[in-house]
Design a protein around this ligand. Structure first.
Ligand SMILES: *[C@@H]1O[C@H](CO)[C@@H](O)[C@H](O)[C@H]1NC(C)=O
Ligand SMILES: *[C@@H]1O[C@H](CO)[C@@H](O)[C@H](O)[C@H]1NC(C)=O
Ligand SMILES: *[C@@H]1O[C@H](CO)[C@@H](O)[C@H](O)[C@H]1NC(C)=O
Ligand SMILES: *[C@@H]1O[C@H](CO)[C@@H](O)[C@H](O)[C@H]1NC(C)=O
Ligand SMILES: *[C@@H]1O[C@H](CO)[C@@H](O)[C@H](O)[C@H]1NC(C)=O
Length: 744
């Protein structure tokens, strides 16, 4: 690949950067001022002056901010080359000068008075064109039931973290419905095609259809409304919203209207049968392909306008019908052609997940066919899981196509302390220094948010750094101090233990997918190994509790105390499970009853109580969000069931059982705990009656329990109950001494 071509490819993307009229600058500055007032209140916000000037970015065109002023009687001046840059500069000031912390689990915004002076004008430019956010799945695992108020918070969080490129995929089914109706499908056929709200991400990627639908008419209206507000707000900051485009998946009913079309049925996905998966792909050479693609994009951009970057995933976790490079090239080129037919400036954003998910299929010829089918600079690839399995290294930097180094980190929105901070810290710099690198950005692509904030804080910071953080230990201590609003040696020591254990994941068994026995259907073969020293977690727990007299008034501290207690219980569950299993295999009834009894009747109920004490860990709030998204009681039940399915069975028969597991109060008490009680009772009965344990039979019985939970309409509190510190301490005093004595 030639350096000139690379420069040309990247140059094109830079040209698509935000335009520079004075009106845009004023609008972006106003958006940041409004953000500031939401964040700090109008009074404190008045102590800042915010402006936007494109010229600040100089020739590089890279987002830049400049801080100055502050101190007695002087306003803090924040200047950004875009609204996003100004918001990032503001965040930098709040973080590094005021010791504040903006977080999902509770922000800490106590401002020093007067506002600290910026001693010397501070100018910072990002090293990359883009900071990207989201995964197609985040829309389902985290955003599905959000109202505008929650979206507004998130877009503020994005701006403060300097995100300038993000998916905006709400409301696309409403547009598809118009297109399909125009093509002659009936409403019934369309209703049979879409998945339910909680599974739209996989409908959009062609993995699923039909399952848990249909979408009610009110859904479409509400999503259209939301999408308009989301787009307005993103654009007001100068962010680039990425809209969806046609990837080739169509409803089977299209063949009723057009019997001659050439469609290929794909294989099944995710243990779903063909009633819900095995979707249909329109052949690239079929004349209808560009028609459907253009109809959709024209209708979409007529409704929403465009910023010229579009996402589409034809083969995400789907084995293509042919591995012939000519086929793959045609399938790719057709998607792109349909885009530029409507928008000549279109750039295609592709999730690079497929290349690393099925590496046995995607050999050099196959990868090359896809990458080469779109003009250089017009395919923007997300190297989605780069902190673990970077694809750029084995594709010569995506053969000259620009790419974004993304941290994926989380699967299914699982709780569970986890992170590969060392590898995240080094990754972006290494990718930038790679020979002939075409990296144009950094990104965060978690399947679910609202967990392990430390990882996201680091990644967001790296979007504005040229070099890795030199001392992660010191960095994490600073993180804790800002989070709790005070530097506290004991709490910082806890964080250093977490850093060297759960947050220093590398090698085998290191995964952002929680596989703890606690959240899995029990069997005699469960894996319990972890990549870290469990005692570090228990020690961190001890240290956090020791810090409670000073820190218990901090909401983020209480959140962390719940989270680390939760993790400690997760460790204990693994150990009691091992004891119970050993006892069973040695046919020792009393030790089996003891270990099983502690796990199922003491630990899990106690965990449920701790979780119930914090508003972030409530099944009640989770389901309430789904219910209030509805316009009738029937719809509320339907949404609630969608939500319960996603959390547990993930399909009518437990097709992807417990993939999106969470540890929420209510879910532990009424789902995980009953399953564990059933397991332990089955083992005891097996020993008592001398009949072998039958996994197959147990699975059937467990499924009954799981399904009962999903179909239940029981209501749960959406307000926290109980005192976190008391509850955590009680658990600690009971189990920590046993742990240390090695006598669980
Ligand atoms: C990088 O590009 C240069 C100039 O085209 C080329 O000579 C060199 O082989 C490339 N390096 C690698 C590692 O691909
Ligand atoms: C798929 O599974 C569902 C139950 O989960 C069943 O009702 C349906 O008949 C199955 N369809 C096929 C094609 O096997
Ligand atoms: C249908 O499409 C496939 C895949 O592109 C192609 O191989 C096949 O020749 C097409 N069949 C017809 C009848 O055009
Ligand atoms: C993380 O583990 C690696 C070895 O795998 C080690 O070199 C490094 O120092 C550890 N980092 C921390 C912060 O403990
Ligand atoms: C495991 O962690 C504990 C508590 O931090 C520590 O005392 C112990 O030395 C660690 N063990 C190993 C093998 O590193």
């Amino acid at each position: 690949m030639e350096a000139v071509a690379v420069a040309a490819a990247l140059g094109f993307l830079l040209l698509t950067a935000a335009g520079g009229s004075a009106g845009d600058e004023a609008r972006e500055a106003a958006a940041v001022r409004e953000l500031l007032a939401r964040l700090l209140g109008p009074g404190p916000a008045a102590a800042f002056s915010v402006s936007v000037e494109r010229a600040l970015a100089a020739e590089s065109g890279l987002d830049t901010y400049r801080l100055s002023g502050g101190g007695v009687g002087a306003r803090v001046r924040v200047l950004g080359s875009t609204g996003v840059a100004a918001a990032a500069g503001l965040h930098r000031y709040l973080r590094d000068f005021c010791g504040c912390h903006v977080a999902w689990s509770g922000s800490q915004l106590r401002l020093p008075q007067p506002l600290p002076a910026v001693p010397e004008e501070l100018t910072e430019a990002t090293p990359n064109r883009y900071r990207y956010y989201q995964n197609v799945c985040t829309q389902s695992y985290s955003f599905v039931w959000w109202d505008w108020a929650r979206w507004e918070q998130e877009i503020d969080w994005m701006a403060l973290n300097g995100i300038n490129l993000a998916l905006a995929w709400s409301g696309q089914e409403a547009i598809w419905q118009r297109v399909y109706l125009a093509l002659g499908l009936t409403q019934t056929e369309i209703d049979e095609y879409f998945t339910g709200p909680a599974f739209l991400a996989w409908g959009r990627m062609g993995n699923l259809h039909t399952w848990s639908g249909p979408l009610p008419p009110s859904w479409h209206l509400k999503q259209l409304y939301l999408q308009h507000r989301i787009l307005d707000r993103m654009r007001s900051f100068g962010m680039i919203p990425v809209l969806p485009a046609f990837a080739g998946h169509v409803p089977k009913a299209l063949t009723r209207v057009f019997p001659q079309i050439n469609i290929t049925q794909m294989g099944s996905w995710g243990h779903f049968n063909c009633s819900y998966s095995c979707s249909f792909l329109l052949a690239p050479e079929d004349p209808l392909f560009p028609i459907v693609g253009s109809l959709f994009l024209r209708e979409l951009t007529k409704e929403f306008g465009t910023d010229h970057i579009y996402g589409a995933d034809t083969f995400n976790e789907m084995k293509p019908p042919s591995s012939e490079p000519s086929y793959l090239a045609a399938a790719t080129a057709t998607v792109y052609q349909a885009m530029i037919a409507v928008d000549p400036d279109a750039v295609w954003l592709l999730q690079g997940w497929l290349f690393q998910h099925q590496p046995e299929f995607w050999g050099p010829a196959q990868v090359g066919a896809v990458l080469g089918a779109v003009p250089r600079g017009r395919l923007l690839v997300l190297d989605l899981f780069a902190e673990s399995q970077p694809v750029y290294v084995r594709t010569a930097s995506f053969q000259g196509q620009p790419f974004i180094w993304c941290m994926l980190h989380n699967f299914g929105g699982n709780h569970g302390l986890f992170g590969a901070l060392e590898s995240v810290n080094r990754g972006p710099t290494a990718a930038r220094l790679f020979p002939n690198s075409t990296m144009v950005g950094t990104g965060m692509a978690p399947e679910g948010i609202g967990q392990n904030e430390v990882v996201y804080a680091l990644m967001a910071e790296l979007g504005w750094r040229k070099d890795p953080v030199a001392d992660l230990g010191a960095w994490v201590a600073g993180f804790a101090a800002r989070r709790y609003g005070v530097s506290h040696g004991t709490a910082e020591a806890a964080w250093r233990l977490l850093l060297r254990s759960v947050y220093n994941c590398s090698g085998e068994g290191c995964s952002g997918h929680n596989r703890s026995p606690l959240v899995r259907r029990p069997s005699l073969q469960m894996a319990t190994a972890v990549w870290y020293n469990r005692s570090d977690v228990l020690e961190a727990w001890r240290l956090l509790l020791a810090a409670t007299p000073t820190l218990a008034t901090s909401p983020a501290f209480c959140y962390d105390l719940v989270d680390v207690t939760r993790q400690a219980v997760q460790e204990l569950v693994s150990l009691y499970y091992e004891e119970a299993r050993t006892a069973y295999l040695n046919t020792e009834l009393v030790p089996l009853m003891r270990a099983g009894g502690v796990l199922a009747y003491e630990l899990l109920p106690a965990l449920d109580k701790v979780l119930a004490s914090d508003s972030h860990f409530l099944l009640g709030s989770w389901l309430e969000r789904a219910r209030v998204a509805a316009v009738s009681e029937t719809e509320a039940r339907f949404y609630e069931q969608n939500s319960r399915y996603q959390l547990t069975l993930w399909g009518p028969e437990g097709n992807i059982l417990d993939y999106a597991n969470k540890q929420l109060a209510g879910l532990v008490a009424d789902y995980y705990a009953p399953r564990w009680r059933l397991f332990m009772e089955t083992l005891v009965e097996s020993l008592v009656r001398g009949i072998p344990f039958q996994q197959h039979q147990f699975d059937k019985n467990a499924f009954q329990l799981e399904q009962t939970f999903v179909l239940s309409t029981r209501r749960y509190p959406s307000q926290p109950q109980g005192d976190t510190v008391d509850l955590a301490k009680k658990l600690f005093l009971k189990y920590y001494p046993r742990w240390v004595a090695g006598a669980l």
